[in-house]
Design a protein around this ligand. Structure first.
Ligand code: GUN
Length: 293
């Protein structure tokens, strides 16, 4: 029997803590934190995620701005929009939702974001600071996973953590944070990816697995050690005619068979996803506090 790591409840708790801070800010006669999100095109999943981010802002009393741009926008025009946001003194932080249309160079766009407003923590300056253990904006998904481990008081010190997937947004920063000095942290980390040989032999040795691959039900019970901690970052939309939306969200982990072997496990949905939003809001509070000082 495993214990479910309830990301929804934990994220609600974090949002409540932030809402208390916002009330204090407003009672002191100051403006609240302000987050903007730039969405290019009409990708269904991106619309859902950005919508959730904006609604969460409103719920806790932040100002929020959604900037929707056509998917035909030029890279130059997008970077001009980013420049305006960089120079808006009443905006604390913003994100450019990924992925971007193919004709736009993602790296050029992310590098155009002023690091002090880069609440996603994707700019090389912030990523570098994160890798050096300096205070900065930590990418929200791995930050959310660290916070979940912390709030459930799970000790991973000296344990073997296996991360599946080396994306710049999740896998790579996750591998750095898990190995960093601190609690949670101090893990011995293996970062695996599409070229890894004998993946199952490696995951079977893991005390904690973080899967950020985007392949539904990839991690099966035979790949998991008894009592491992299982963190599922996958959120793939799988067509399902029986569901009113026409799809269901499926994680990387074959939950029903893995849950009986794991000590702790995140569900999909309701695990890592809501934590990502909470940590983006936390990063925005940090940007606001820096902006006020
Ligand atoms: N697309 C998927 N995850 C993220 C994220 O954390 N931030 C942004 N900007 N885009 C994403």
């Amino acid at each position: 029997m495993s214990i479910v790591l309830d990301g929804k409840a934990t994220s609600n708790q974090i949002k409540e803590e932030l809402a208390v801070q916002v009330t204090e800010i407003k009672n002191a006669g100051k403006r609240p934190p302000h987050l903007a999100a730039v969405l290019v095109g009409n990708d269904g999943a991106s619309l859902t995620y950005v919508g959730s981010k904006v609604r969460s802002c409103e719920r806790i009393g932040y100002d929020s701005t959604l900037i929707k741009l056509e998917d035909t926008i030029t890279q130059e025009a997008l970077i001009n929009t980013i420049d305006k946001l960089n120079n808006d003194p009443l905006l604390d932080g913003f994100i450019v939702q990924l992925p971007l249309p193919k004709h736009i160079d993602e790296e050029a766009v992310l590098h155009a974001i002023e690091p002090s407003k880069d609440v996603d923590g994707f700019h090389p300056t912030n990523f570098g600071k994160m890798a050096l253990g300096m205070e900065t904006f930590i990418p929200a998904t791995p930050f959310g996973i660290m916070e979940l481990l912390k709030r459930y008081a799970l000790n991973i010190s000296g344990k073997h953590a296996v991360v599946i997937g080396r994306s710049h947004i999740v896998g790579r920063p996750m591998s750095i944070l898990l190995s960093e000095k601190g609690n949670p942290g101090n893990a011995t980390v293996t970062l695996t990816h599409s070229r890894t040989q004998n993946l199952a032999a490696i995951t079977k040795e893991a005390d904690i697995i973080v899967s950020a691959l985007g392949v539904p039900n990839f991690v099966t019970a035979d790949m998991v050690k008894q009592d491992a901690i299982i963190i599922d970052v996958g959120i793939t939309r799988v067509p399902d005619a029986n569901h009113p939306k026409g799809y269901v969200i499926v994680g990387d982990v074959a939950y029903d068979e893995v849950k009986d072997k794991a000590s702790y496990i995140t569900p999909v949905p309701g695990g890592v996803g809501p934590m990502t939003i909470a940590m983006l809001l936390q990063n925005t509070m940090l940007a606001y506090q820096r902006n006020q000082n």
